[in-house]
Design a protein around this ligand. Sequence first.
Ligand code: PEP
Length: 264
Amino acid sequence: MSRKPIIAGNWKMNLLQDEAKALFEGIKSFTKDFTAPQLPTIVIAPVFTSLNVVHTEKCTCGCGGDKIAIAGQNCHWEKSGAYTGEVSVEMLADAGCSYVIIGHSERRQYFSETDEMINKKAKAILAGGLIPIICCGETLEQRESGITDQHIASQIRADLNGLSEEEIAKSVIAYEPIWAIGTGKTCDSKEANRVIAMIRNVVKEISSEKAGDSIRILYGGSVKPSTIEEQMSQSDIDGALVGGASLKAESFNEIIANTMKVSV
Ligand code: PEP
């Protein structure tokens, strides 16, 4: 089963509008030389205040902008209302997003997001015609106590609860061991692949063989141009969610280029 790889850049709470525009232009300067089928699916997730700036850059004039999809870094599950500080799926779509990252460990840790909330968000994103990138992962303590698989399987079961086979098949999961995020310590590629294969089996068990074979599962955690080839050579790793290395066009473009050497 061939799944189109995804390279997604999570810009987190970084970059002012001019900086976001410059970074987007730097990525476009790479994508313009390729057709969409030659490239992995490329997704970038700027802060909300820069969504409009990058969306304006997504023109179809041949500059490459139309080959880069935009993601929100979070959303609320309600359509509108008295939810100060929140943003709805419809609002993200209106600002040019086709993906939304949910359940990032930083949101789980600093903003107390639960699997129940993540599940409501996933349902709202899919109902709104966008694609959720659902993050999961274990702490170092959980890994050391040998409960990695158990913990991640429980996150996945709760996050995907009630989604149809079709909805699961088009969703994206990012396996991000928390101890590897922003630390420079990447998870060994074979071990990342093992966990991702385990996640795929959980998806098959709760949904169907087809959903498990179709869903794209990314690895995230200190991905760099020097690590991506080995990661993308694994059987079950379908791409990467990249934090730090997505903030410079040079390193993000190199990650895309190295992905194209081994897959796409
Ligand atoms: C992330 O925050 O999703 C991430 C993987 O960050 P980094 O690549 O910097 O580890």
